[in-house]
Design a binder for this molecule. Structure first.
Ligand SMILES: *Cc1c(COP(=O)(O)O)cnc(C)c1O
Length: 411
């Protein structure tokens, strides 16, 4: 079922699939933030709040924790609503948060051309009177059409939670991703657009939801001393080993489980630490530089792979990775193993549809999500981060020339 390629030991230039580097300068700011504690976190929240132009912002220990707090707040607001509708192909952290919040996962299949919801199916799924929330998701930074969802959503008691975990810094129709729903969240995890090792940000303009989230946030524990120690250590390890000359080492160590996506509702939820807030101190300029590099890289890929798409070439979105579909599952495996052998950062994504997660499978008896399952077998993503150089690109294009591909956005 899964097309996750086998890890292999190789020494030499190795690209990570996605990267938001942490620099030594950030670590210094992080240590200073650790010292300042709560104040550093409040300033970070204020800085995100004002940049995104929203009324409320909350920082916590992960995107998954952010979503869980949002869901807990909504559950309290509408206790009779029990289901949360998500795309059938998404990060397994999303159903993990729903289960952790004591709610039920509902699924809608995806449109393989956009990786957004299949809007025909969505129309039916939105008629569910138990629906507490629906979660449009900007997978890899490809914008989901949140205004279209809002137009379709007649039930005023269903909340739109925008999963912008992978999309910080992106836009849709001139508006900032993360601010299109009733409430939105970002991830600051490893491999996201901007990273503080781990972290999550909640944005909302709704005072009522914000008041409830604030209460949930105050209930969280702080990181313990050991947890803080390992957070700092992990930040240092990322600072050193994320670069292509050394990434072969962590990517060869199977116990690190890099890039693995797991369903686990027992994840850790903490307040964001001053250390993480300090790591993010210069986040605006950093995000801007990272996104400019990603845009440039996406433009180069588009130029090589779909030169007829002039509009995309003029204004390429700052994707986190460029997702494509091989025509066959066999083609996808060939690309993934060829890319792994040469350390090119070519990677699959989630191993299967959410409906195939064994702990959840019973909830979807009689339902099928063929597009999500098919995508899982055929998806291949290309790296677009700052470390990809023209030689890497040439090698990846060489692999791609042997396999027939379809690219989203190029419909
Ligand atoms: C990473 C991710 C999350 C969860 O964020 P974490 O910070 O890893 O907990 C949620 N949704 C999507 C689409 C993600 O990619």
């Amino acid at each position: 079922m899964s097309n996750e390629h086998k890890r292999r030991f190789r020494i030499g230039r190795t690209l990570p699939p996605a990267a938001a580097p942490i620099e030594l300068r950030d670590i210094v700011c992080g240590l200073r933030g650790w010292f300042r504690g709560e104040r550093a976190v409040r300033e970070m929240e204020e800085s995100f709040r004002s940049f995104f132009g929203v009324r409320h912002c909350f920082a916590v220990s992960s995107g998954t924790a952010a979503l869980t707090l949002i869901l807990a707040a909504l559950k309290e607001k509408r206790p009779r609503r029990t289901e949360v509708l998500i795309p059938a192909y998404t990060c397994y952290s999303v159903p993990s948060a729903i289960v952790r919040a004591g709610l039920k996962v509902a699924l809608c299949d995806i449109d393989p051309k956009t990786l957004d919801f299949d809007y025909g199916e969505l129309k039916r799924k939105l008629e569910n009177p138990r629906l507490l929330a629906v979660v449009p998701t900007h997978l890899f930074g490809l914008p989901a059409d949140v205004p279209r969802l809002r137009e379709m959503l007649r039930d005023r008691e269903t909340t739109i939670i925008e999963d912008a975990a992978q999309a910080m810094g992106g836009q849709f129709g001139g508006r900032k991703l993360g601010t299109l729903g009733d409430v939105g969240f970002f991830s600051l995890g490893r491999g996201k657009a901007l990273s503080t090792v781990e972290g999550g940000i909640i944005l909302t303009n709704c005072d009522e939801i914000a008041a409830k989230i604030a209460r949930e946030q105050r209930r969280l524990y702080e990181y313990g001393a050991l947890e803080m120690g390992s957070l700092v250590l992990y930040a240092l390890v990322l600072t050193v080993f994320l670069r292509p000359s050394l990434f072969w080492l962590p990517s060869s160590l199977p116990f690190l489980n890099l890039g693995k996506t797991v369903f686990d509702p027992t994840f850790r939820m903490r307040r964001m630490s001053g250390f993480q807030a300090g790591l993010a101190l210069h986040w605006r300029e950093k995000l801007e530089a990272l996104q400019a590099a990603r845009r440039g890289s996406v433009r180069q890929w588009f130029g090589a792979l779909m030169p007829a798409q002039a509009a995309l070439l003029n204004d390429p979105p700052p994707l986190l990775r460029l997702p494509g579909r091989a025509k066959t599952a066999h083609g996808a495996s060939r690309l993934l193993s060829g890319g792994a052998k040469k350390g090119l950062g070519v990677s699959a994504a989630y191993p299967d549809a959410v409906s195939a997660i064994p702990e959840l499978a019973g909830d979807f008896a009689g339902e099928d999500f063929p597009a999500a399952r098919d995508l899982a077998r055929r998806i291949v993503t290309l790296p677009v981060h700052t470390y990809v150089n023209s030689e890497d690109r040439r090698k990846i294009l060489g692999l791609l020339s042997q396999v027939e591909m379809q690219w989203p956005l190029s419909a």
